[in-house]
Write a protein that binds this ligand. Sequence first.
Ligand code: NAD
Length: 481
Amino acid sequence: MLKIENYIAGSLVAPISGEYLDNFDPSIGEVYSYIPDSDERDVQLAVDAANAAFPAWSNTATEERFTILMRLVALIERNLESLALAESIDQGKPVSLARTVDIPRAVSNFRFYATAAMHLANESHDSVGQSAFNYTLRQPVGVVGCISPWNLPLYLFTWKIAPAIAAGCTVVAKPSEVTPMTAYLLSKLCIEAGLPAGVLNIVHGTGPRVGSAIVEHKDVKAISFTGGTATGEAIARTAAPMFKKLSLELGGKNPNIIFADCNYEEMLATTVRSSFSNQGEICLCGSRIFIERPIYEKFRRDFLDRVNALQVGDPLLPETNVGAIVSKQHFDKIMSYIGLAHDEGGTILTGGSSPTVDGRCENGWFISPTIIEGLPYDCRTNQEEIFGPVVTIMPFDSEDEVLGFANSVRYGLSATVWTENLSRAHRLAARLESGIVWINCWLQRDLRTPFGGVKDSGVGREGGFEALKFFTEEKNVCIKF
Ligand code: NAD
């Protein structure tokens, strides 16, 4: 069975401990490869390699970095099909989604930051009347740590390492131990692309062993993390007293607000996607759906029809809309929340159970798309992140009322509003407590825009020049003449 290897100092290597963890294919519920159970010793080797590579990489011309990253882009594109298949097997998502969203986005991440770095300009300030002027150098911070989650494995992993490398930093990165495969395949492509040794180092293993060793290491100057809010808290507790730069992209419980005047058909089709794409395991999925009362009954009927038509099954089949849940642990967590919703008095309109998928996936971890109604906005089911194919639907009567419902949670990542009323759209966009607001659309992304959350959804922004700025430090130089 395949043993995944760490990528340190330009080579693929076994973990020092010689120990491995099981890596599961969630669609069949079986181990299909092994992942290094690395520890702080492997992290030390990776930091040493990143430190050694930093002087040369940070002084490599931006055009040269661009050329190397674009070779990587070409290789990812050439291997798109095998990467999509690997992502689907590792994560449980439909291969059609990996082929059209995950892997193309990894390509875009590298392409975007390879080019963006060439357009990052420094500022100068002419101190009129003082015979002086100031210019501000923007220099790569050094060795940085990038830690990513399991839901969009290569997509989110590259969203961090691309700007870090393009900015001239060297990286020690850790993908989720639940979905390590495409990061491993990427390390092979980095070697093929001629990325200099030590610029990117990938250490596989668990959060408590590898993740915390990266965060605790004194030579790692910045941490870019995407994952759960509790993990983000733990990381901040360690990194803040060490005065590390921190970017934290954390959990969400996003509202989807639907007014009676919306473009109904477009709203309905998009709401099915925003609820159940990637089995609802996207931090931006709208899990609390608020519907203006005049169209509540119609929406409930039509939404149920559309959702019941979704095909749950083998992620490798082209007709599958909803694949497997990423792990048994996460499957159990989602099922326990469905139990909680029932205990809190909710009615499960559809789903709520694990369907049997015949054939090769009969032992896989699947949950039918689940719609729950009859719960108050402030119960635990409506306040805590479930991160699965589970949504609640609730009627509302006024703009102020729904705004109160929407903003009642500790999270503030994204929100969606459906209305043809322009003034209302702008009013709500300004008053919703979230980092991203989509009006009459969902997951429409422009990589130049700031991406991130407020409240317990995180600190800092990714995307555009924000990420390049995060991985650089400003130094002002004042010249008297
Ligand atoms: P997680 O927090 O359990 O793990 C994320 C990563 O952190 C993994 O690589 C893990 O090994 C590592 N980790 C765990 N403990 C650590 C520690 N003590 N120190 C350092 N690293 C540690 O999250 P997950 O279950 O993999 O992902 C799901 C969560 O991610 C959800 O809450 C979801 O909302 C969130 N998420 C947020 C965004 C966003 O952009 N805001 C995007 C995707 C996912």
